[in-house]
Write a protein of this length. Sequence first.
Length: 242
Amino acid sequence: MSATLFLFRPEPGWGASAAAARHRGLQVAGCPLSRIEPAEWTAPDPRAFDAILAGSANVFRHGGEGLGGLVDLPVFAVGETTGAMAREAGFAVERIGAGGLQTLVDGMPATMTRLLRLCGERRVPLAAPAATSIAERVVYRAIDLPIEDELRGRLAGGGVVLLHSGETARHFAAECARLAIDRSRLALVLIGPRLLGPAGDSWGAVHIAPAPDDGALLASAEILCKDMIGAGGHAQSAGRSG
């Protein structure tokens, strides 16, 4: 027996994470807190750029026909899932990051100074190193969805919450405030330290997954879910671990 694991990422990630969690024997609840839609955009001339920055697999899921003219540009992807979707779309992946897009930008080869960032409507700002330019094209948008009453009741009972992105963390925290959900009964597992700001504070515990991928998140969550049952269903520490 274990505490409830709450998932809130958009589809198709929600279904994949839920299946993997159930395979571990975890009790899964939650729902997508956003719906991803393509945005209208026009692809720039690829000759003006050295590489593509991609911070989400949604770039390649929802980028549409505009991606076709950019396939000769190498992709620097924020994680393994994004890299896999880029390859599926016909792109060559130059590098997979492990700490957010800013880390990729900071470690960019000196020959790649003209970067094209394909992104969502809401995105984390990036700082460009000297002599490097970053142009942006918005190719998708996230539509926020509410937490319904039945799920509110389950959250009030406590559990472990997996958060895969800063936008989901921000919206989940706002929904908890709107619904007056007691944060002290919930333990968060975050995909990276960049989510600490959007998630806010007053949670029962906050943990950083040891690696920025779904497997590492679920492994951390499994331990917490079982520990919370042993502690009577409550998150016992407000500390942050990596």
